[in-house]
Design a protein around this ligand. Structure first.
Ligand code: TK8
Length: 335
């Protein structure tokens, strides 16, 4: 008898969450999960992974429906829908959250993360969590960070090898003052615009260029309307998965736990997938006819030095503490 009980406990422990969740407290729910990129992108694939995972964890009771290509609106529009309770979930850039919690601009400081490992450690650690938590009083619950990636530059005008080559280039940036200041500093004509309007703006030459990770340049087909690609890696850009707090507050403890588990699993899936896709993207973009230049190390150092005033401005603008905290975290890692 004792033996049987022991075996049962062991089996339960092994099957773990999946087994307990069958009997757990799940209501049938439809979750609208909006995102900006195409379905066939690292973002779309991870939303699908998340949806499948949560379907399983809820014993089929939850139906997560992905809405890609900004079909539910731009990042800021979806954020408002979450706050109002009209939409349950979204994933988008942390950069577009600055209208809600301006401290999020800290991730956009130029050349702040040296590599993906640093980003993972900081984002998944106490620093990243504190920023996730800061969204709750504003009506959103931050679950996890996914990888958007290191950002590079494309344009239709000319090959860029140094800062001066950006002079007069009309460059779309995210709706975020750190980006506007950074690219003005480089000499470009920085134009804030929603991602959902970007392809059309590039196609009609309303803007000459944009900056995004290689994965997005591929999945959004920017290579069709952009000739020149410049590898700068000027910012490591996270995505953030958020849910409506109004909606979240009505979930059971089991539902909340499943949501968190699916989010964390999808994060691990997404980062691996993004890194694999990124490694292949450069070859693909060259095949599509993009002309690629890589900015030299000394030139990158010059660019970094040029951004000092924009970093100082951000700090002076009420963000001294968050900048200091991030720098302290990074110093710890680099020791
Ligand atoms: C997708 C955006 C995108 C971001 C941008 O909704 O706007 O350039 O990099 O990933 O959040």
């Amino acid at each position: 008898m004792k033996h049987i009980v022991k075996t049962m406990i062991a089996v339960l422990a092994l099957t773990g969450f999946a087994a307990t969740s069958q009997a757990a407290d799940f209501k049938p729910r439809i979750v609208r999960f909006g995102y900006g990129l195409n379905e066939d992108s690292n973002q779309g694939r991870a939303v699908k992974y998340f949806a499948d995972e949560l379907g399983k964890l809820s014993g089929g009771k939850w139906k997560v429906k992905g809405f890609g290509a900004a079909s539910l609106g731009s990042d800021p529009q979806m954020q408002n829908a979450l706050i109002g309770g009209a939409q349950e979930m979204m994933v988008g850039s942390t950069a577009t959250l600055v209208g809600i919690v301006s401290d999020f601009g800290v991730y956009d400081l130029p050349f702040i993360f040296a590599n993906e490992k640093e980003a993972d450690t900081v984002l998944d650690g106490p620093f990243g969590q504190k920023l996730l938590d800061s969204l709750q009083p504003k009506g959103m619950v931050g679950l996890v960070y996914w990888e958007n990636g290191f950002r590079d530059l494309t344009n239709s005008k000319r090959s860029i090898n140094k800062m001066e080559d950006m002079q007069g280039i009309k460059l779309r940036v995210m709706q975020n003052p750190v980006y506007i200041d950074m690219f003005k500093g480089f000499g470009a004509n920085a134009v804030p615009l929603a991602f959902s309007e970007l392809f059309a703006a590039l196609e009609t030459k309303t803007v000459d260029g944009q900056e995004n990770p290689l994965t997005t340049i591929e999945s959004s087909k920017f290579y069709e309307v952009q000739k020149y690609l410049t590898i700068t890696h000027h910012v490591y850009s996270p995505w953030i998965v958020t849910v409506s707090k109004k909606w979240y507050d009505g979930l059971s403890a089991d539902e909340k736990a499943a949501l968190k588990k699916a989010a964390t699993d999808s994060r691990d899936f997404e980062r691996k997938d993004s890194r694999e896709a990124s490694a292949k993207a450069l070859t693909f973009l060259k095949q599509k006819g993009m002309q690629v230049t890589t900015v030299s190390e000394p030139e990158l150092a010059r660019m970094r030095a040029t951004t000092t005033p924009s970093v100082d401005k951000f700090a002076a603008d009420g963000h001294a503490q968050v900048v200091k905290d991030l720098q302290a975290e990074l110093a710890k890692l680099r020791k």
